[in-house]
Ligand binder design. Structure first.
Ligand SMILES: C[S@@+](CC[C@H](N)C(=O)[O-])C[C@H]1O[C@@H](n2cnc3c(N)ncnc32)[C@H](O)[C@@H]1O
Length: 199
């Protein structure tokens, strides 16, 4: 009984159990590319600090942050934008399995969205893949240092335009996208997870 409950796809007890939601190839990418449940819960708690918050995961992958956030914070809505169509499809399928109505996935580039429509953002160093040539998710998207610079600069400018009080969580970020008007209000012990509020 205990074992079958733990292995139920989408179980929130630990990452391996949760990742059963996805095919094996996606599970193998988890440690390197998808947010651990404990981090997703901490980030979502900070971003969903009041009911009705609209939160965007910039580069949502297979949807792990949004699915965990939506499950634990049902009064907020979690959106994810993902450039790779195959990952977006995985997120949509997981959403169906988990029957979560307060999360929505968008297939596209984050540069196509109006970021002023959101109250908070989660960012797991999504542009870093442009700076390295190992451990890639796949080779279906263009990658280059100039794209890293373009995306980081673009996000910096959009975040700068957001309203005072906008919340941001970065995980493993180089912080090139964080404007100085965002005040650091909390961090994890290892400094990988950072919480920011726009002044
Ligand atoms: C490190 S993964 C994080 C996935 C997810 N946020 C999570 O925490 O589980 C970063 C994701 O960002 C996506 N990404 C990178 N640049 C993007 C862009 N310009 N627009 C949309 N998605 C992007 C990648 O395809 C990848 O799936």
């Amino acid at each position: 009984m205990q074992t079958s409950t733990l292995l139920k796809p989408g179980n929130y007890v630990n990452d391996a159990a949760f990742d059963w939601l996805y095919p094996e190839k996606i599970q193998q990418l988890s440690r390197r590319h998808w947010t651990p449940i404990s981090i997703a819960k901490t980030a979502a708690r900070f971003l969903a600090n009041e009911p009705g918050k609209k939160i965007l995961d910039i580069g949502s992958g297979v949807g792990k942050f949004c699915l965990v956030g939506a499950r634990f914070y049902p009064e907020s809505t979690f959106f994810g934008v993902e450039q790779r169509e195959s990952l977006y499809q995985q997120a949509m399928e997981a959403r169906e399995v988990m029957q979560l109505r307060n999360t929505h996935f968008i297939h596209g580039n984050f540069t196509e969205l109006d970021l002023s429509a959101y109250d908070g953002f989660y960012f797991y160093n999504s542009f870093f893949e442009n700076l390295v040539d190992q451990d890639q998710i796949d080779n279906t998207v263009e990658q280059s240092t100039s794209l890293y610079n373009y995306y980081s600069r673009y996000l910096f400018k959009q975040l700068e335009k957001c309203a005072s009080g906008t919340r941001l969580v970065t995980f493993h970020s180089l912080e090139d996208e964080v404007p100085p008007c965002y005040q650091l209000v909390d961090t994890s012990m290892d400094l990988m997870l950072k919480m920011w509020i726009r002044r």
